[in-house]
Design a protein around this ligand. Structure first.
Ligand code: HEC
Length: 173
């Protein structure tokens, strides 16, 4: 009699152990999943956004609702005067945190025009707070850079010049 009740007890213990095992697995998988979705976001998802830009005009119009700057017109070639102005603004306002070829306080920006759309870049400069709050790509970057980019209070014309400067830097790459 006694031994059979002990058996049931140990069987119950095993069942509880197994149940816990499943709970932990679920947690672990959820964790891994959220990490990898960020990795995807930062690389592939954003890249597709940029390549769609080149291939289909329809997609260009489908910008996220929260973008303050909805559409940026780019010239076929670089506007040298605008780029020169942009270089000066970049040197004063951005180099404290950004380099061209390597991560610094923020991501390297030398190839940013190849990774991101012009609208994304403009909104990142002009409406930084909203981008940090709403944009999945930026939210994921926060996990890497551990600080929020401040709004640098650049006006729209100067932000456009900085974009032109970044296009010029990107062309040389
Ligand atoms: C005080 C530091 C700081 C300054 C100054 C700063 N940034 Fe940033 N920037 C960051 C950080 C950190 C990130 C990564 C996103 C985050 O964590 O907020 C970032 C992200 C970006 C991104 C997105 C890059 C990507 O790969 O998607 C762009 C574009 C950008 N910054 C442009 C600029 C420009 C242009 C200026 C100057 C007008 C500037 N930043 C000034 C810290 C800064």
């Amino acid at each position: 009699m006694k031994s059979s009740s002990q058996k049931t007890e140990s069987r119950e213990n095993k069942a509880i152990q197994i149940a816990w095992y499943f709970v932990w697995c679920t947690f672990l998988l959820a964790g891994i999943n959220s990490l990898s979705s960020c990795a995807k976001q930062d690389g592939e998802a954003a890249k597709t956004e940029a390549s769609k830009e080149n291939s289909s005009k329809e997609v260009v119009k489908e910008k996220p609702q929260y973008y303050k700057v909805k559409n940026v017109e780019l010239g076929a070639s670089i506007d040298a005067a605008m780029a020169k102005n942009g270089t000066q603004i970049f040197d004063v306002t951005c180099t404290g945190c950004h380099k061209y070829d390597e991560k610094y306080v923020g991501p390297a920006l030398g190839d940013v025009t190849k990774r991101r759309t012009p609208e994304y870049i403009m909104n990142m400069i002009l409406d930084t707070e909203t981008m940090i709050e709403k944009d999945d790509t930026v939210k994921c970057m926060l996990q890497t850079y551990l600080m929020k980019m401040p709004n640098m209070q650049v006006d729209e014309k100067d932000a456009r010049s900085v974009l032109e400067h970044l296009r010029e830097v990107g062309q040389k790459k």
